[in-house]
Design a protein around this ligand. Structure first.
Ligand SMILES: Nc1nc2c(c(=O)[nH]1)N[C@H]1C(S)=C(S)[C@@H](COP(=O)(O)O)O[C@H]1N2
Ligand SMILES: [Mo]
Length: 369
């Protein structure tokens, strides 16, 4: 089967960059995201650790149990009619987005070399996880976790197992966390976790479990490979193949980040006025306060124009028009959040054995004709 056929099979545009046809992993070229706002389903990145389960809506069930006084088993019909539907515009950012820049520091074997596109924004509609937990008799209790399981089997996991993860109960009870059955007003496509997925705005994409079939309230984080061993920032000297479960920093809330989407790496542009566009996103519950752009290797910076964010859980588009002369040109961008924090300058200090969490200043090299 050709790559082109694979990409169109899942309703994706043919110009998606396919990082792996099986399991399917694809990102849009940066230019497709440059308008900001909501990403079309056909351009939304797709990140998968196994083959897509095929669960007919009538057969899908969700169990909610563990530390719940009224455990539930819900059909799709029950989930979508018993609980009020809420919509949240939220950006999903894969922890591996911008890994390509870390690879230039030191190789990271066996991991997708995501460039600029493992991040996209959609309007998600579904039940609040908080409402479902309340119906199951789950009470707020500091220190508890909510684990999610799904049926897709990940061959890369050690041992081989189906996908899962968890979030703290505190976060699970926040109004923005959904059990979503719609994406951009359409039934949730199979490639994005249909019939139902978890959406955890503000957290790395890995916690938004697709094809979710169980929700378990427990006193410890999920022991699934993708929570206990993967999606962790290991110290640079660690050996990713032999670390013990729980080592390193578990990723949850995303870090302040930004990127340049247009123009993009290696583009040839005309001398004169050039409009630069990109996105910026702050960590869980924080806001982007400023984005600066430099065209002189970081010696001087100008403030970009910030569009209003589509929601407090979504990226902010920014733009700046500069005048440029012929020759090689490096564009840099950096975001500040409302606590006054700024991104780290260089990916060299961020390198980690699995290549997660690159939030260094954005940097693009171009040729001006
Ligand atoms: N069941 C399941 N859920 C999953 C994954 C997966 O492989 N299996 N990948 C996770 C990762 S790493 C990311 S970044 C997001 C990507 O969501 P998307 O494919 O809808 O863009 O889904 C998450 N949820
Ligand atoms: Mo991810």
């Amino acid at each position: 089967m050709s790559l082109e056929r694979e990409t169109t099979v899942w309703g994706k545009r043919e110009d998606m960059i396919v990082r792996n046809p099986s399991p399917f992993n694809a990102e849009p070229p940066a230019s497709l995201l440059a308008e900001g706002g909501i990403t079309g389903v056909d351009a939304f990145f797709s990140r998968n650790h196994g083959a897509f389960p095929d669960i007919p809506v009538e057969e899908w069930r969700l169990t909610v149990d563990g530390m719940a006084t009224k455990p539930l088993e819900l059909t799709y019909e029950e989930l979508t009619t018993r609980f009020a539907a809420h919509s949240v515009v939220a950006t999903l950012a894969c922890a591996g987005n911008r890994r390509a820049e870390l690879l230039k520091v030191r190789p990271i074997p066996g991991k997708e070399p995501w460039a600029h596109g493992a991040v996209s924004t959609a309007e998600w509609t579904g039940a609040r996880l908080a409402d479902v937990l309340e119906a199951a008799g789950v009470h707020h209790d500091e220190g508890l976790h909510v684990a999610f399981t799904a049926p897709d089997v990940a061959p890369e996991a050690r041992p081989v197992q189906s996908y899962g993860s968890s979030i703290p109960l505190n976060k699970a009870l926040s109004a923005e966390v959904l059990l979503a059955w719609e994406m951009n007003g359409q039934p949730l496509p199979r490639a994005h976790g249909g019939p139902v997925r978890v959406v955890v705005p503000g957290y790395i994409g890995a916690r938004s479990v697709k094809w979710v079939t169980s929700v378990i309230v427990q006193p410890f984080p999920s022991q699934n490979y993708f929570q206990a061993l993967d999606y962790r920032i290991l110290p640079p000297e660690a050996d990713a193949d032999t670390v013990a479960p729980g080592e390193g920093i578990s990723l949850s809330s995303v870090a302040l980040n930004c990127d340049i989407l247009a123009p993009t790496d290696g583009d040839r542009v005309a001398a004169g006025p050039l409009t630069i566009r990109g996105w910026a996103l702050a960590g869980d519950g924080r806001a982007v306060a400023r984005v600066d752009v430099s065209v002189d290797q970081g010696r001087t910076w100008r403030q970009a124009k910030l569009d209003p964010p589509p929601s407090r859980w979504a990226w902010r588009a920014w733009s700046l028009t500069v005048d440029i002369d012929a020759g090689p040109l490096t564009l840099m961008a950096r975001a500040w959040d409302d606590t006054g924090a700024i991104q780290p300058e260089s990916p060299a200090s961020l390198w980690n054995p699995r290549g997660y969490g690159n939030n260094a200043y954005a940097r693009i090299d171009l040729t001006v004709m």
